[in-house]
Design a protein around this ligand. Structure first.
Ligand SMILES: Cc1cc2nc3c(=O)[nH]c(=O)nc-3n(C[C@H](O)[C@H](O)[C@H](O)COP(=O)(O)OP(=O)(O)OC[C@H]3O[C@@H](n4cnc5c(N)ncnc54)[C@H](O)[C@@H]3O)c2cc1C
Length: 415
């Protein structure tokens, strides 16, 4: 008969994705007792983040997890090209943006397949001493003065208590709901589909690219070994555009762009996973905590994936929350106020940036095309009009507050 090591923990973390497992590693390495509960038996490709921005890589390093991710196959990208219908693609490629310039000592964004990334962190959490369970069904997770969780695992009901519950259970967070923390959401802006492609030949493995042509916007992030994670954005009224058995094939065919001839290498590749589409928008919480409960990652609110920052946001959450937890024994709600304050401003700035990028790249009517062409022409002459992209690469705090204002938005969109 199996015996449990303990029923009471410093932390119970619900959700063993990126945020939950990363926090479990850091806290277990520091000698705290951690119970990590993950509902899935095996991590699946749900079309989630596989690109960590340079500022997110910095967070990974500060958490002491960088070597782990690189040893697991983490793959750096070092160049970026934006294709544009008004620009010669050869010239665009010749002026590829070097991605090592945003954070000292970070060669560029880091890519790692999401299921493998989750498994790597989960395994490392166990190796660090956390108790981690898979295939868990959480029946109740209640904060307050005496946080406790009731769950089922391996056909057995269990109950455990902790000093603090961490909700790292993603967008539909049960912990957030039970704690009564309100989630605010923007109206959807566009559809965003993602697919892993294999057998891509000739696409440089260190080169990421984006572009918009006609009624489709694309993003491509090589993962190494001839695999590329591609995303495509399209209008909200096209919900059925890529439905059906041949949806993944038709989705890939949409990457055939005259403004980006290199995309034919993507089109020639093979779908290597499911195609999932999401409606893109931001969501946020006013305070990602309540008595006895703290939320990290998507559970605390997310940024529009158009700028690919959910992993970086999650790693920063983990860094700030673990710093607070390790700084003192005061784990009361008041101790997490600085986390809420930093996160609110971070997410405000990133929401502004995501909305701007979505307005430029992911709107498709005549007026949007004219605005996009005007933006590219003006930005070629005045690179300051691309300043907001530093928030994506270097971090939202890297820019002065004036960037995140209506005046800046008007300059970018209206000239
Ligand atoms: C289409 C798309 C593309 C994206 N691309 C990028 C990108 O390129 N770069 C980037 O940085 N971010 C990207 N993101 C965002 C990124 O994937 C997320 O922000 C990130 O995965 C959040 O991590 P998390 O640990 O908070 O949540 P999740 O990754 O959602 O993990 C939550 C975990 O909790 C588990 N869970 C849920 N409920 C329970 C429960 N009740 N009990 C136990 N376990 C539970 C789940 O099984 C899961 O393992 C993208 C998102 C989408 C939708």
């Amino acid at each position: 008969m199996r015996r449990w090591r303990m029923q009471s923990y410093d932390l119970i973390i619900i959700g063993g994705g990126i945020g939950g497992s990363a926090l479990a590693i850091v806290m277990a390495r520091a000698g705290r007792s951690v119970l990590l509960l993950e509902q899935s038996d095996a991590y699946q490709d749900r079309v989630r983040g596989e690109w960590i921005s340079p500022w997110g890589v910095d967070e990974v390093r500060r958490l002491g997890l960088y070597d782990l991710l690189v040893e697991a196959g983490g793959h750096h990208l070092t160049r970026h090209v934006t294709y544009d219908v008004e620009r010669d693609p050869v010239a665009a490629e010749a002026e590829a943006l070097p991605l090592g310039m945003f954070r000292e000592g970070v060669p560029g964004p880091l890519c790692l397949g999401h299921p493998h990334h989750c498994q790597t962190l989960f395994d490392a959490a166990l190796a660090a001493g956390a108790e981690g369970l898979r295939g868990v069904q959480v029946h109740e997770a209640v904060g307050g003065a005496e946080p406790r969780v009731r769950f089922e695992h391996d056909g057995r009901s269990r109950e455990a208590t902790a000093r603090l519950l961490i909700g790292a259970d993603g967008r539909t967070s049960q912990v957030r709901e039970t704690a009564g923390i309100t989630l605010h959401q923007d109206a959807p802006h566009h559809w965003f589909g993602g697919l892993l492609v294999e057998g891509v030949e000739g696409w440089p493995e260190d080169l990421q690219a984006i572009g918009t042509e006609g009624d489709f916007g694309f993003l491509a992030f090589p993962q190494g070994g001839g695999k590329v994670r591609v995303y495509g954005g399209y209008a909200l009224d096209q919900a059925r555009r890529f439905k059906g058995d041949d949806g993944p094939r038709r989705f890939l065919d949409a990457f055939e762009f005259s403004s980006s001839p290199a995309n034919r290498q993507l089109v020639a590749g093979r779908p290597a996973g499911p195609l999932f589409s999401y409606i893109n928008a931001d969501a946020w919480t006013d305070e990602p905590f309540a008595e006895g409960v703290v939320l990290v990652g998507d559970a605390a609110g997310w940024n529009d994936p158009i700028i690919g920052l959910g992993l970086s946001i999650t790693y920063r959450d983990v860094r700030i929350v673990s710093d607070i937890l390790l700084a003192s024994d005061d784990w009361s709600s008041a101790a997490f106020a600085p986390y809420a304050e930093e996160r609110a401003e971070r997410m405000r700035r990133l929401r502004f940036t995501g909305q701007l990028v979505a307005a430029i790249d992911m709107e498709f009517d005549e007026a949007a095309r004219a605005r996009r062409n005007s933006f590219h022409a003006r930005a070629a002459a005045d690179p300051n009009l691309r300043m907001h992209t530093f928030a994506v690469m270097a971090g939202p705090e890297a820019l002065p507050p004036e960037v995140f204002t209506e005046a800046y938005r008007a300059r970018v969109l209206e000239g």
